[in-house]
Design a protein around this ligand. Sequence first.
Ligand code: NAD
Length: 268
Amino acid sequence: MAGSLSGSVALVTGSGRGLGRTIAERLIAMGADVAIHDISQEAPAQYGEDANLDAVATRLAGSGPRTTAVTGDISQEAAVAAMVAKVEADLGPISILINVAGGDIGAHGTKPSPNGALDISLEDALAVIQRNFIGTMLMCRAVAPGMAERQKGSIVNFGSLNGHQGVSPEVVYGCSKAAIVHYTRCLALEMRPAGVRVNVVSPGPTKTARFLATRQTDPKMMLDGPSLDRYANPSEIAGVVGFLASPQSSFVSGQVIRIDGGIGLYAA
Ligand SMILES: NC(=O)c1ccc[n+]([C@@H]2O[C@H](COP(=O)([O-])OP(=O)(O)OC[C@H]3O[C@@H](n4cnc5c(N)ncnc54)[C@H](O)[C@@H]3O)[C@@H](O)[C@H]2O)c1
């Protein structure tokens, strides 16, 4: 698929590290100019992946496509507007938006504790919804109208396996990811006449630096091999996102692709 995104401008939220960064690398390899985004310059260093956001953008620029670095909290409307304006000033109109930023992070910057259906604090619940569902919605609201005007665009939002099945803990996180899945369907419907595609991917457990640093992993699930009974590698998520961003998926919209090795085999 090298070159299939030449002439495209992509904004990948949360691409200072983790899945977002691997996706940015994939889109660059496919020829897109890519805006690297995170909540702060320091976020890429949190789990030891890179020194700061500018270092990521410079490293990924390589030989061909252009990159720019932009910071901002996706859950704040004014910050989102400023981010989008900077990206479009630096690289041109955005035709690909990948909403990766998010996570099960509460009001004080750590995982909510307690984190169940009845005992999560209201403060943490609101923070998780704001960071995931509201953040994704604000990004779509800031970028989709321009795409519709130009009749060109592909948006990929991030759900999670947790948004498709009953879970405990991480209940509100699962609910906010389920909301992203349904918001994607609704936005896809509204965008049909303009030819803008909106899809969602829902990864299962994936070996990002944050994932590995914040939980006890199962050694058997860490092994790479033919079995699908394992954690995903970030490149396996990025491959599907690259497909959804590209013209190869030109008639795919409003869909959810679960990238979980088939662990969640159920209808809907
Ligand atoms: N890794 C997994 O197992 C897994 C599984 C399912 C879904 N996901 C989802 O995939 C996405 C990426 O996960 P990851 O494992 O790479 O984690 P990560 O923490 O490394 O990446 C998340 C990124 O989003 C940024 N971010 C968080 N809140 C933000 C905000 N309010 N404004 C701006 N940026 C913000 C973080 O700074 C970080 O760069 C998340 O949405 C996560 O919920 C991950």
